[in-house]
Design a protein around this ligand. Structure first.
Ligand SMILES: *Cc1c(COP(=O)(O)O)cnc(C)c1O
Length: 424
């Protein structure tokens, strides 16, 4: 029999085009034109007699989340570093982060001269395991960062209990979970501070962008200063033509501001977030059923989640299937059937090629510090197992219809049935 799998030049399951991401919201082009004509392209420019788009987006997003304060920032990375510094994390402190996440979870901790300590994940939710977090706490721990990974909300009840027991700030990295709801509250409002990314791939995007949210006015003021070279908005607007930001000298910062272009786009994109999240969730529910029928195990969210969102759809291969084939080969084969990238989960951070503090001179403060940031000391079996057995699809695949979900399941079934062609 000739090869069946598309990766071996067989006929693919599908050649039809997939939905593209990002897609502009209805009002986005008009909003961009307003900024172009406004003579104000950054919040750190002269006041023109109208509210900046940056403030407008901050107000809209805080209102959407139910948070008292929102400070937009240039990226998710910047937002995480702002949140860490606002909490007082600095040189030599330890910060507990999930062992499986985008590299920014670790590199931002290094970015404030602290030491990332990796905790293993829960095998069902793929989010950080609260017991592993508690076991990783030492006298040097200064903060805990939790990531709501891919499409699941972490066990926030347990994580909050751990943080409270040890008097530690809990930072929620919501870069992948805009709009998810846990026990009646939007994620980002459940910890001490919440951070968001609006980078191209995320479910709310302006190409690049970020935000920090908190209910604590003091922390919000620190974040404001840290992100705008030590300046903050005044209580009352200045005369038009004067700089709006005030140089208080309260706290030194660095420029990590979101531009007016990005903020204007986000104001419009935010209006369509709920509708798109709902469509992704509907399709994901269909896919859950189809893949479960094949023996796959979709990623689960924590008990207490009222409404999950989908940044990336993830599932595990059936127990015992294709165990001798490298997961990258399996996902390549599924991708070839679909004409859409299906990828293994992130490589666990201790073995992730993107995590390499020794490649940057700025982190070489001392030999002792270099030893502490060497990740080879961490053993994370749940992360390792997921990395070997999981497969993931970007949320663009969930923006279509049920037919698309059937194609995905058909592709997975075909690869499972023809595993011998991959050397199984
Ligand atoms: C995308 C992402 C970040 C970083 O956001 P950027 O805007 O790309 O800097 C941080 N954490 C997680 C979990 C992410 O997915």
């Amino acid at each position: 029999m000739p090869p069946q799998l598309a990766v071996n030049r067989g006929t693919p399951v599908r050649t039809r085009q997939w939905p593209l991401w990002p897609r502009p919201a209805k009002g986005a082009a008009e909003a961009l034109n307003q900024v172009l004509a406004s003579a104000r392209w950054s919040l750190s420019g002269p006041y023109r007699g109208v509210e900046s788009f940056e403030r407008r987006f901050a107000r809209d997003f805080a209102g959407y989340l139910g948070s008292a304060h929102c400070v937009p920032a240039a990226s998710g990375t910047a937002s995480l570093m702002l949140a860490l510094e606002a909490c007082g994390v600095g040189a030599g402190d330890e910060v507990i982060v999930p062992g499986l996440s985008w590299v920014a979870s670790a590199s931002t901790v290094l970015g404030v001269n602290a030491v990332p300590v990796f905790a293993d994940i829960d095998p069902d939710t793929w989010c950080v395991d609260p017991a592993a977090v508690e076991a990783a706490i030492t006298p040097a721990t200064r903060a805990i960062v939790v990531v709501h990974l891919y499409a699941a909300v972490a066990d926030m009840d347990a994580l909050r209990a751990v943080a409270d027991r040890h008097g530690l700030p809990l930072i929620e990295d919501c870069a992948q979970a805009h709009g998810a709801v846990y026990r009646g509250r939007k994620v980002g409002t459940l910890g001490t501070l919440g951070t968001f990314s609006m980078q191209h791939s995320k479910v709310l995007t302006s190409g690049e962008g970020g935000a920090v949210v908190t209910d604590d006015a003091g922390l919000a003021r620190r974040v404001e200063h840290l992100r705008a070279d030590g300046r903050c908005y005044p209580d009352t607007a200045p005369r038009p033509g004067a700089m709006e930001l005030v140089e208080t000298g309260e706290l030194m910062g660095n420029n990590r501001c979101l531009s007016e272009f990005h903020a204007a786009v986000l104001v419009e994109q935010l209006k369509e977030l709920d509708e798109l999240n709902a469509r992704r969730a509907r399709n994901a529910a269909v896919l859950d059923g189809l893949l479960s029928d094949l023996g796959c195990t979709p990623q689960r969210t924590s008990e207490g989640t009222d409404s999950r969102t989908y940044y990336v759809y993830g599932a595990l291969l059936p127990e015992g299937a294709l165990t001798t084939v490298d997961i990258a080969r399996v996902t390549e084969a599924i991708s070839a059937e679909l004409g859409f990238s299906v990828l293994p989960p992130y490589r666990p951070l201790p073995v992730n090629r993107l995590y390499d503090p020794s490649s940057r001179r700025r982190y070489a403060i001392s030999e002792e510090y270099e030893k502490r940031v060497d990740a080879s000391r961490f053993q994370l079996p749940a992360c390792d197992r997921l990395a070997r057995r999981g497969f993931t699809l970007h949320h663009a695949a969930l923006l279509g219809d049920e037919e698309d979900m059937r194609d995905i399941a058909t592709a997975v079934r075909k690869v499972l049935e023809h595993g011998a062609e991959l050397g199984a």
